[in-house]
Write a protein that binds this ligand. Structure first.
Ligand code: CMP
Length: 499
């Protein structure tokens, strides 16, 4: 039936059975590529073996003995390699995947397989083909020298690659800095290591170069990472206030870790500004550019709200009087806008024009960027806010449940009245939904308004009750604790308004 005497042949009844096995194996390989659940068993050498055997079966029986011999040798090599590959996959690779939940490093796998294949090929060639490759290579000094010279760089990179695999200065997925390049390791190959940068570019570094240079791994010893941001602030503002504002910005950004706590301190008394540095920790270096931009954004808004200027050299000195004039004009314009906005707030409609004037001249104008928190649930507060431009989201959270959005407020809506009227902590978190300007009215200012116009208390009480029941309804899905707090709060509002 066959010209080869390799053992597996005895199990194969005829070439139809062989063809069937070949088709089944190929179909499995294609299916495993498409269906994630099927393990991708490396059957390529087995397919090669089937193909060689099939061709051999198809050929006439009266072939020359050397042709038969080489078919046998080729089939034996393919089958031996198939066995090595499949056994290695089912033992070492599977063990690595199941036990260590990791992929065996490619370079380690390739090295083991190539050495095993080479040994197997030497043995089969010698035993079945009568060819001694070892003798051929060792007796040819010129060939050895040529191969040695040509392979110098390749071998250097290869051994550097092996050393990287063994000492593990980084692994796939780590963020590393090599010279001026920073990127995420996506592959450690035979010769090179590949990084993907923040701009989605590929950096290819020879392993030898990596093993000789200083390398910074941003993901070790832990993915936690510190970021420092420097900012200048005006000399006229006390460092304590600037540091407080910078700490506040860190508290607002959810990606900044609470421990280790963020630190803001004076770094330098520079020519035009006091330079501050704020240092905080976050997870995953991959967030770096995004987080930096977000914090710098928030610093700008927070500085503006707290009247802290970021001075810039020369122009600030020469043109400061012009700037002050411009600022006064801008302020006057905003106050005028505030006056007309107050008229459009339904609860303030009964106010006399004199009361509105007083309010417009004494309220403070605050700007917030997208996602900045204006009032935070659970914190004390005694200001009422009227939205002048932009929009605000009201969110409530209870226990460990994620915050739920209760409402989106648009100009000229107001918020913050509950804490102002009851002295209770803020019942919800209100965040700017986009660039937003709000008018903040403090307790003393609002008390004067209420004394002059007690009739607005009733409307205000109704709004407070409606809002509170809405908020409590959402929060009540979470805990009883919120329900208790809600009923206490309603009691306080009732007492306040004598309802
Ligand atoms: P205060 O508790 O001081 O701070 C959070 C503010 O969110 C709260 O006052 C209200 O002004 C506002 N707020 C709470 N619940 C609602 C709601 N259901 N609809 C609109 N605004 C609300």
């Amino acid at each position: 039936m066959t010209n080869s005497n390799f053992p597996l042949d005895y199990f194969l009844l005829n070439h139809w059975f062989l063809a069937l096995l070949l088709i089944v194996t190929i179909v499995y390989q294609i299916a495993a590529k498409k269906i994630q659940r099927l393990p991708q068993i490396p059957f390529k050498f087995l397919i090669l073996y089937f193909v060689i055997q099939l061709i051999h079966f198809m050929l006439p029986n009266d072939l020359d003995p050397p042709v038969n011999l080489w078919f046998g040798v080729a089939a034996a090599i393919a089958l031996s390699c198939a066995i090595i590959r499949i056994v290695f996959y089912l033992t070492v690779e599977m063990w690595y995947r199941v036990r260590l939940r990791a992929k065996l490093p490619k370079i380690t796998r390739d090295l083991f397989l190539i050495i095993s294949y080479a040994v197997m090929i030497f043995v089969v060639l010698r035993t079945k083909g009568g060819v001694n490759l070892v003798g051929l290579i060792t007796t040819s000094a010129v060939l050895t020298a040529v191969i040695g010279l040509a392979a110098q760089n390749v071998l250097g990179n290869l051994f550097a690659g092996i050393s990287i695999q063994l000492s593990q200065p980084f692994k796939i997925g780590d963020w590393i800095q090599y010279g001026e390049h920073t990127g995420k390791v996506i592959n450690v190959g035979w010769e090179t290591t590949r990084l993907k940068t923040f701009d989605d570019e590929m950096i290819i570094i020879p392993n030898l170069d990596i093993s000789k240079s200083v390398l910074k791994n941003h993901s070790l010893p832990t993915p936690r990472h510190a970021m420092k941001i420097e900012v200048g602030a005006d000399y006229s503002i006390a460092p304590g206030k600037v540091c407080d504002v910078l700490h506040g910005v860190c508290r607002e950004e959810p990606r900044i870790l609470e421990t280790p706590a963020p630190v803001a301190r004076v770094k330098n008394y520079s020519d035009f500004a006091i330079t501050y540095v704020v240092r905080f920790f976050y997870e995953d270096f991959g967030n770096d550019p995004d987080l930096r931009a977000s914090v710098m954004d928030k610093i700008w808004y927070a500085f503006r709200r707290n009247d802290i200027k970021i001075p810039y050299p020369i122009r600030d000195v020469r043109h400061s009087h012009i700037e002050r004039k411009f600022e006064c004009a801008e302020n006057a314009r905003l106050r005028k806008e505030a006056l007309s906005k107050l008229g459009s707030v339904p609860i303030l409609k009964p106010l006399s024009s004199e009361s509105k004037d007083i309010l417009a001249n004494h309220l403070s104008i605050e700007a917030y960027g997208r996602n900045e928190i204006i009032v935070k649930q659970g914190e004390p507060g005694d200001s009422l806010y009227i939205i002048h431009r932009g929009a605000c989201d009201v969110e409530v959270s209870s226990g460990n449940a994620p915050a739920s959005k209760v409402a989106t407020l648009l100009p000229p809506a107001f918020f913050g009245e509950m804490s102002l009227l009851t002295g209770e902590p803020r019942s919800a978190t209100v965040k700017a939904n986009c660039d937003t300007i709000v008018f903040a009215i403090n307790k003393a200012l609002f008390r004067d308004v209420l004394v002059a116009h007690p009739e607005i208390s009733e409307t205000l009480a109704e709004i407070v009750m409606i809002r509170h029941s809405e908020t409590a309804e959402i929060a009540s899905q979470h805990t009883d604790e919120y329900r208790n707090r809600a009923s206490k709060l309603i009691g306080k509002i009732r007492t306040f308004f004598g309802v």
